[in-house]
Structures are given as structure tokens and as C-alpha cells.
Design a protein around this ligand. Structure first.
Ligand code: SF4
Ligand code: SF4
Length: 208
């Protein structure tokens, strides 16, 4: 046994003392909440068009793309006097089961209308199964100023194609609701709809 081996226990405490004075990496959650990475996959949201109509067309592509079978959608036909989205159909029932969801993002990639996006919000834990099945009412973004609660007629054009050309018509994203961040914005596409109601003049005008 080397002569200085009796100092080994003291050396061990040396490591302990050195760590005591290092900067602490522990985050005191939930008092201290750090921002996530911009592309962090938090819970989902269902977005609206600038006039308040829903972007979801009830196509179920998100449900078919989901590897965990976590999404349930029932589409229904829009009626002229009872319209919830531009085009033929809308998502009448929409549920995401967060007991199954692995937040992989396959569903938002599959969505053809960008109706479904993900937020940066990660606080979705709960203590019962029922609360972890989120309904359309929970997922749908709130109405922002300038939006009108569906059902109502299409305000931004003659048909659904006009809605997909809003960018060309100068309808641009402005801000998200307070406390929300991330691609797509958890509270949906806050937009400047100045002049948007004049788009009904037709395709040529919308495409300018
Ligand atoms: S994030 Fe992934 S697991 Fe969750 S609902 Fe979408 S596709 Fe399914
Ligand atoms: S969220 Fe998108 S993919 Fe899913 S039903 Fe609605 S439009 Fe289709």
C-alpha cells in the first residue's frame, strides 16, 4: 500500500467541495420556467383564418399519419347557412389523446392546410385520463381582434382557393398572443386583415 493512500478519502471529499462552489445547473421548476427551443414540440393547436373560419377541413390526414393513433377526427359538410371553414367540409369532432401522443410532429407535417401546428407549451400533465383527451374546443385557437366566431360566410374571397392566396393579397402575419411563441404561434395566425374584406372581388385581384 503506497504511503499516501490514506489521503484518498480526503481527495474524495475534495471533489464534493469543488462541486459545491460551481454554478448550479438545476432549474427550480415550476417557479423558474426557461424558454424552450423555437422548434420545440409542445401541445397542438388548431388554427383559424384571419376572418375566424377554421382551417381544418376534416380530412383526417393527421389521424392517418399518427403512429400512436392519438387523433380522432369526424368531418362534416359545411352548409351555406352553417359554415365553419372555407370549402366543403370542416372538422366537426377533433380530439387528441395525450396519453398516447409522443409529440413527434408527424400529424402537423401531414396537414394540408396548416390547420394543425404545435406550440411551445409543454405543461400538459394531469392526474386523470379524461383531462388528457383534448377536444376541439381546447385545441382551437381563440378569436383574435378582427375575427368573427363561425359559423359565418367566407369573408376573404369567393371560394376556398382565395384563402390559400392570402399571402399574395398582402394579408400578413403580425403578432401572436401574449405568452405564446414558436412556429405557427400557439394562438394561431394573428394577422393584419386590413383590406382583406375587399378580396371578394375575385381571383385576379386576390392573386395580385
Ligand atoms: S405528435 Fe405524433 S403522436 Fe402526437 S398526435 Fe401528432 S402524429 Fe400522433
Ligand atoms: S388538422 Fe389538418 S390533416 Fe387533420 S383533419 Fe384537419 S385539415 Fe385534415
Amino acid at each position: 500500500m503506497p504511503v499516501l493512500d490514506f489521503l484518498n478519502p480526503v481527495k474524495g471529499f475534495g471533489v464534493t467541495f469543488r462541486e459545491m462552489f460551481r454554478k448550479v445547473d438545476t432549474v427550480m421548476y415550476p417557479e423558474d420556467k426557461r424558454p424552450t427551443a423555437p422548434r420545440f414540440h409542445g401541445h397542438h393547436q388548431l388554427n383559424r383564418w384571419p376572418d375566424g373560419l377554421e382551417k381544418c377541413i376534416g380530412c383526417e390526414l393527421c389521424a392517418w399519419a399518427c403512429p400512436a393513433d392519438a387523433i380522432y377526427v369526424e368531418g362534416r359538410d359545411n352548409m351555406p347557412e352553417d359554415r365553419y371553414s372555407p370549402g366543403e367540409r370542416y372538422g366537426h369532432v377533433y380530439q387528441i389523446n395525450y396519453l398516447r401522443c409522443i409529440l413527434c410532429g408527424m400529424c402537423i407535417e401531414a396537414c394540408p392546410t396548416r390547420a394543425l401546428t404545435m406550440t411551445n407549451e409543454y405543461e400538459i400533465a394531469d392526474d386523470n385520463r379524461e383531462s388528457l383527451i383534448w377536444t376541439k374546443e381546447q385545441l382551437l385557437v381563440p378569436l383574435l381582434p378582427g375575427m368573427e366566431a363561425p359559423p359565418h360566410p367566407m369573408r376573404l374571397g369567393n371560394d376556398e382557393k382565395d384563402y390559400y392566396r392570402l399571402g399574395g393579397a398582402g394579408v400578413v402575419a403580425t403578432a401572436r398572443a401574449p405568452g405564446m411563441a414558436g412556429p405557427g404561434g400557439p394562438t394561431g395566425p394573428a394577422v393584419d386583415i386590413t383590406g382583406a374584406n375587399e378580396l371578394a372581388a375575385g381571383e385576379d385581384e386576390v392573386a395580385k
